[in-house]
Design a protein around this ligand. Structure first.
Ligand code: AMP
Length: 423
């Protein structure tokens, strides 16, 4: 006989519940504050887009070829759940043509049909920024430094910033030829999944995580040997700017974004506290050809995406950014039916004091227990006696000291009691 249905979150997805969600909310709030201080405004895009938006950007990538959640809606449109954050923002830029530089941040989910494991999910969440409209190397510095400082501010120390330059289209063209010739010679040694990329997308082979491929690419020609003087100039200014700001980095010539739209700076921030296959906390780079590829005027841009789940895993591993339970300050106990609790919690909340109460008219004992569990610092007790004399008993839940106060003074007394304690 079939039992009642038992539903679970789909494979590779997860629910975020209190108290973990408190940490999640505070991570996003910190990012919003950091981005806001740097002049970035929030952008909210749809969770799905015309599938072509992503195809244009990620053609040749595993993300687009194998991992995209594509579907047809009831109107016959081909859509895809966003696998990453840059393409929707650039599509919005092209559609709305805001004044440049256009600096925006987002917190949004990404969907990839990957093999789920720790730190790799089918729905994950990213914090990101995009700065569109300026080719100034100082924008690269601002964007990279923003990512770095945000992670450092969480207390993460086992992080490393890897930096590379893809050069300009001229640098790349020369390099791609060289790389393709090298990879053709070593094709048989590559992981089978990467062999087919050699002819059309040789640069994609470089960011493969597969061990056999990595053994080959370690010996591959480097893009740094193919940079034009102007690309070298841009890259030097980025490095000097980061050094000026005290942002440490290591050059990593294999760090590429394999598509034609990506140019100049690329970077990734890794955590040595996580397993190597999932150690990227975030990454990004310059994409001076992307706006044009999505139908806009030639416009430079740069951005990054940071994975929320990965960052929190790294915080766990380094025992930092631990946020305690969200607690209320005051708990109201009412054994006279609940109307007093309703009025008092309302008054306290209106006055800016976090307050909560029990429901269902439970016994004094049960309500005291709930108050203790809540972590509140004070309890306000209303029994028959208090109700009759327009008073309330104010109890310090840490010391169990209590005294009677006038009903009319509750807000002032609670505030005074909370201020007295160290924060
Ligand atoms: P990417 O667009 O691949 O550079 O991803 C940016 C960041 O998002 C990565 O550095 C990870 O922190 C995170 N990320 C990407 N894919 C996943 C995934 N499947 N599960 C969890 N986090 C992910």
């Amino acid at each position: 006989m079939a039992g009642p249905p038992s539903y679970k979150a789909p494979t590779g997805t997860h629910d975020v519940l209190p108290p973990q969600s408190g940490r999640w909310a505070s991570l996003i709030a910190r990012f919003a504050a950091a981005a806001g201080r740097a002049g970035y405004g929030l952008v909210v895009n749809p969770v799905f887009e015309d599938v072509e938006v992503f195809r244009r950007v990620g053609e040749g990538t595993d993300i687009v070829r194998k991992e995209m959640y594509e579907f047809e809606d009831k109107g016959g449109r081909r859509l895809a759940l966003r696998p990453e954050g840059t393409a929707p923002v650039v599509r919005a830029f092209v559609q709305h043509r805001p004044p440049v530089p256009w600096k925006v941040w987002y917190a949004a989910p990404g969907f990839r049909y990957e093999r789920p494991q720790a730190g790799r999910y089918r729905q994950h969440h990213q914090l990101g920024v995009e700065a569109i409209g300026s080719a100034d190397p100082d924008v690269d510095v601002e964007v990279v430094a923003l990512a770095w400082r945000f992670l450092a501010g969480l207390g993460l120390q086992r992080t490393i910033l890897l930096l590379n330059s893809m050069g300009d289209p001229e640098s790349r063209a020369a390099y791609v030829e060289d790389l393709r010739a090298f990879l053709r010679g070593r094709r048989a040694e590559l992981a089978p999944e990467d062999r087919e990329k050699v002819d059309d997308h040789p640069m994609r082979v470089l960011d493969s995580k597969r061990a056999a491929t990595r053994a080959v690419t370690r010996e591959a020609p480097r893009i740094s040997d193919h940079l034009t003087p102007s690309a070298t100039g841009h890259f030097s200014r980025v490095q000097a700017g980061l050094s000026d700001l005290g942002v440490p980095f290591a050059l990593e010539p294999r760090l590429v974004r394999g598509l034609d739209y990506y140019t100049h700076t690329t970077f990734e921030i890794q955590s040595s506290a996580l397993d190597a296959a999932q150690n990227a906390l975030g990454g990004g780079g310059r994409y001076d050809g992307l706006v044009e590829a999505l139908g806009g005027p030639p416009t430079p841009g740069i951005g990054f995406g940071i994975g929320i789940e990965r960052v929190l895993l790294a915080c766990d591993a380094e025992a930092t950014f631990t946020v305690g339970d969200a607690r209320v300050d005051a708990w109201v106990i009412d054994v006279t039916g609940g109307a007093a609790a309703r009025a008092l919690t309302h008054e306290l909340r209106e006055a800016g004091v976090a307050a909560d109460r029990g429901f269902d008219d439970r016994s004094m004992k049960a309500q005291m227990k709930a108050a203790g569990r809540s972590g509140a610092r004070v309890a306000l007790i209303v029994g028959e006696q208090e109700a009759a004399s327009s008073t309330v008993t104010l109890r310090d839940l840490a010391t169990s000291e209590q005294r009677t106060i006038a009903r009319a003074d509750v807000v002032a007394e609670v505030r005074a009691a909370l201020d007295k304690e160290p924060r």
